[in-house]
Every structure is written in C-alpha cells, then in structure tokens.
Write a protein that binds this ligand. Sequence first.
Ligand code: FMN
Length: 363
Amino acid sequence: MSKLFDQLSIREVTIPNRVWMSPMCTYSANPEPGEAGKPTDFHLAHYASRAAGGAGLVVLEATAVAHVGAISPWDLGLWSNDHIEPHKRLADAIHANGAIAGVQLAHAGRKASTDLPWQGGGYVSPETLGWQPVGPSPVEFPGMPAPEELSLENIREVVQQFADAAVRADKAGFDVVEIHAAHGYLLHNFLSPISNKRTDAYGGSLENRARIVLEVIDAIRAVWPESKPVFMRLSMTDWVEENPADDRKSWTMDQSAQLVKWASERGVDLIDASTGGLDIVPIPHDKDYQTAKATELRARTAVATAAVGRIDDVETADTLVSSGDVDAVFLGRPLLKNPSWVNQAAEQLGAQPRFIQQYAYAL
Ligand SMILES: Cc1cc2nc3c(=O)[nH]c(=O)nc-3n(C[C@H](O)[C@H](O)[C@H](O)COP(=O)(O)O)c2cc1C
C-alpha cells in the first residue's frame, strides 16, 4: 500500500500528503530600496501553481532574516514589518489552492550578496547592489570575499533576527517555519570547522559550534506558536571526510546525528535532510547519494525526516515514504519542470489529485 498520499499531522497542522515543494530561490524580488525582500505577482503565481498542482506543503525559498543575510539582492526577506502583508498574499494563495504554507528562514553568511545565477552568480559588491558578507570567522568561500567576523553582540542580534522573522511569518499566516542550517550559509558556517575558527563559546567543540543553531531554535520556539511545526534543513555532511584525498576536519554525519537529537529536544519537529554547499568539493553521482543519508539519519535519531535530492520519479518517492524510511519527500527541480507533478503522481498511485474536476475531466 502506498503511503505517499497519507496525511501527516505534526502538532496541530495536518499536511494533506507527503510530497512537498522544496525551498528554491527564484531571484525575482525587486532589489530597489523599499521593495527589497517583498514577494511580487511572479512569486504569487509560482507558489500558488505548485499548491494547485498537488504539493502537500509549499515551502518558500530562502527568505532572509536580515538584509545582509540575503543570498542575493533579489531574495525574499522577512527582516521588516513591511514584508508581512505581501507574504500574507502568498500564504493565503497557497492555502486557497489546497496546500500547507511554509517559509524557510535564512541567513546566507559568507555566501551572501551574490549575483543572479543566470548572470554568473559572482559576488555583488557594495558599489552596486551588494554588501559585505558576515560569518563566524574571516575564512572565505571560493570566489567570495572573506566575511567580516561576527562579534558576540552581532551573534545575539542574528539570533533575535531569526525570532523576529518567525513572528512576522506567523502574522503572515504561515503554518511551518524551516530554519535553514544547510548549504554553506551562516548557521552551517558555524557548524563546520572549515569555516568556523573561533576560539570563544561559538567555536571549537561540537557543543560550541552548534550553540548558535540551538539558540536560534530556542528563540524561535519562544515566539512561534506551539501548535505549529518547526523544521530544520541541515547539510548532513560537507562531503569532505568522505574524500580520502581531503584531510580537513569538517561537518559529518556523526555530528549531524548528535545535533538532530539536541534540536529535537528543543522543539524541532522534522529534519529536511540535505548535504553539502560549504565548500566546492566532489560529490557522488548516485541517484540515492543524499536520500540514503536521510534514511540513515532517521534510523539513527528516530526524528521525523524528509528526504530530498534527485527524487524525480513516482516510484522513488513512493518507495522512500511507503517503506517508512522517511516521513516525506521534498521535490525541487521536478516541480520547476512540472507544477502538476504531484497530481500526476496521485493519479498514478490511485489517490485523489487536487482540483480533479477542473483538470481531469478535460484530459
Ligand atoms: C534553482 C534552485 C534554487 C534553490 N534554492 C534553495 C533555497 O532557497 N533553499 C534551500 O534550502 N535549497 C535550495 N535549493 C536546493 C533545493 O531545495 C533541493 O534541495 C535541490 O535542488 C535537490 O532537490 P531536487 O533534485 O529535487 O532538485 C535550490 C535548488 C535549485 C535548483
């Protein structure tokens, strides 16, 4: 029996199925002062159509908790109260089209202030639309400037910015917030000894490198309704210690398993299990390169987990969930290619597609 279209209830939120839209930057906000960070009609159509297409949960792209925390000047943001109303339009449209609405709260750290990917994605300097990136230590990502090291006071501000953004996400009507602790952005910069060289309470031991992440979780849980889930996207590995030719100490599966247990104790309900992004290193090409690690993480921690990455056919999605290996799957590029992917999967598996009358009678 397929479980892909079973509901999933977490706290008081019921997600209608287990196939979800993965957060993906669209680089489509207007970067001008006063407009930066605000969703537009493009975002409305983009997210509403994936909801109508059957996704159980639609998680908005990396949405910056501070302007310097945007990946690019074209990102969405929740760093100001002016962002609440336009985000509410998106949450309302996602709900009206049958899905649960989530938003990924992000700070890009040492990989902030980059150009449009279709224009090369390089560093955008303060002389044009950009800014100086920040991080735990002045250790640069290849091709980017060295980040400015955050002081202890700055770290407190960042934690507060995540909490303030969660308050705005709640006011905008989102049901789920996802903390972005993956892909080489700020929280991952603290986790990995490659980018974190601090000698204070935020560097060194695993407890110290994880400190800011746990503080962010606590700060969000203190303001985010208890009835609503908190997810965390985590890179389970930097893909460095898997490479025998690379002898650097890095972020690994063992450390991830420990962090996930701590995160769960503090009120994170589900791990969105990704990998990589901290450095430019070789990664495996196998179809299950990442989903196998998600399965392993779930088995080791017993914390609810969603798999993501190269899940582009119905059988793979169905096997991952129906086996009980993971609780749900996130799809990225397949939903860019085909907004109705989830409805088509439902039809194939004998489940009920969303808006069946509007579409199915005509086909
Ligand atoms: C265009 C694009 C933008 C992305 N932006 C984000 C993002 O904002 N936040 C994030 O956590 N991952 C982001 N990702 C990663 C995806 O969410 C997903 O994890 C990855 O594409 C692997 O899944 P897929 O094989 O189904 O595409 C992005 C991926 C793509 C292709």
